[in-house]
Design a protein around this ligand. Structure first.
Ligand SMILES: Cc1ncc(COP(=O)(O)O)c(C=O)c1O
Length: 397
């Protein structure tokens, strides 16, 4: 049957996206998925909001094509304004998660072979979405303060690039933040070389220390930045609600494409989240998330410091869900995970292989601390350290 599939499908089937789903091994400690902590969902408040929506005077069960998302778009506009980014509600589209935004933007802009710059490593789900449109990828190495802009500049000079995809805040998977200087330079480069930018910002509200930096969108004066946001990490992923903001020409075309894809985002969920935002205190909820995840981040850093062998290095994220592990270049973490970590030590992470378009970088891994308990962090990192040392000896023999 496979020979009948469109050629782009053979690419997406190898995305490795299934690596983020939970394992069936009951002993497994999994640092894989970028899942929020289930204990932190505002379950009661969202439940009350939903009850209120379905108990209202007007049936909420009909198609709502047209105006259904206006109140929520106003709420999102306020949320962005409080964060220093001014966007009119009429330029905000409510999407089925940020993931749909990635797909729609790629669908609108990428012809087969078009130049697309991504950070290396990058979000596995973005590659899965982009692969279907068959771009030519250019990968720019990640540094401690965001992507290497000297490399980016070389690429922009030498190649035809249409789009740059970046996650400036608590990058998935490295956990790093793009510095203010780099944010400004990136906008300048995009202006000079006439390139659009996707700013993917689902972790933006999850900062545990340090000062928030301006979004790329807020620094953009030429409507080049398409910003994606999400309620998945700050409320709950099952809502499947995110948003997209884009400049004039792009926005209308993206709306048309969205209609062709799903007609509309679930209006039940839109109304539920709008109710939540109007009747409950999102800031207080965010405060609670920040405090709880900070404790987990700290526990992860302590465990890594205590247990990891000297040949392993890791990032210290100021927010978000992830730290990035690197080991010497000759080690293949995917192989070590399959031969040692999973079967013998019952611990898992996301090896770097599938987080680069060329799938050739094997000595890194994403470790998520958001959906594990403090004791799992401690014992999981001990297991990881033992498994890495044993894999190191075997691969070095
Ligand atoms: C960087 C990034 N972008 C987009 C998404 C998709 O999120 P959503 O649940 O809003 O579709 C994720 C989810 O993990 C992510 O990490």
């Amino acid at each position: 049957m496979e020979e009948e599939f469109a050629s782009r499908v053979s690419l997406t089937s190898k995305s490795g996206l299934n690596a983020i789903y939970p394992s069936r091994d009951p002993e497994m400690i999994s640092f894989t998925g970028g899942f929020p902590d289930a204990n932190l969902f505002p379950t009661q408040e969202l439940g009350n909001s939903f009850q209120n929506v379905i108990g209202g005077a007007q049936t909420p069960f009909q198609y709502q094509i047209g105006q259904e998302s206006e109140p929520l778009r106003e709420q999102i506009s306020k949320l962005l304004a409080a964060d220093g980014t001014q966007v009119s509600p009429s330029k905000i589209m409510v999407t089925q998660g940020a993931q749909q935004g990635l797909d729609l933007v790629a669908k609108l802009l990428i012809n087969k072979g078009d130049g697309l710059v991504v950070e290396g490593p990058t979000y596995i789900g973005a590659l899965a979405a982009f692969d279907a449109y068959e771009p030519t990828y250019y990968t720019v190495e990640m540094e401690e303060d965001g992507m290497n802009l000297a490399d980016l500049k070389k690429i922009l000079i030498q190649q035809q690039v249409k789009l740059i995809y970046t996650i400036p805040d608590f990058q998935n998977p490295t956990g790093t933040v793009m510095s203010l200087a780099k944010r400004k330079q990136l906008i300048e480069l995009a202006n000079r070389y006439n390139v659009l930018i996707i700013e993917d910002a689902p972790y933006r509200w999850l900062r545990y220390e340090g000062k928030s930096l301006p979004t790329l969108k807020s620094l953009d004066t030429q409507d080049r930045v398409i910003q994606l946001g999400s309620f998945s990490k700050i409320l709950a992923p099952a809502l499947r609600l995110g948003w997209l903001t884009a400049g004039k020409g792009l926005f209308e075309r993206l709306q048309e494409l969205k209609g062709g894809s799903d007609l509309e985002t679930s209006s039940l969920m839109i109304q539920t989240v709008n109710y939540y935002l109007t009747h409950y205190d999102l800031d207080a909820h965010l405060n609670q998330l920040q405090k709880s995840y900070q404790v987990k981040r700290n526990a992860m850093m302590t465990a890594m410091e205590n247990y990891l062998p000297d040949f392993a290095h890791y990032t210290r994220p100021q927010g978000g869900f992830f730290t990035w592990l690197t080991v010497p270049k000759d080690l293949d973490l995917e192989k070590i995970q399959n031969s040692q970590l999973k079967p013998n030590f019952h611990v898992m992470m996301i090896p770097s292989t599938n987080l680069f378009p060329d799938k050739k970088h094997c000595n890194g891994a994403r470790i998520s601390f958001s959906n594990v308990t403090l004791s799992q962090i401690d014992s999981g990192i001990q297991r990881l350290a033992n498994g890495l040392s044993s894999g190191y000896q075997k691969q070095s023999v």
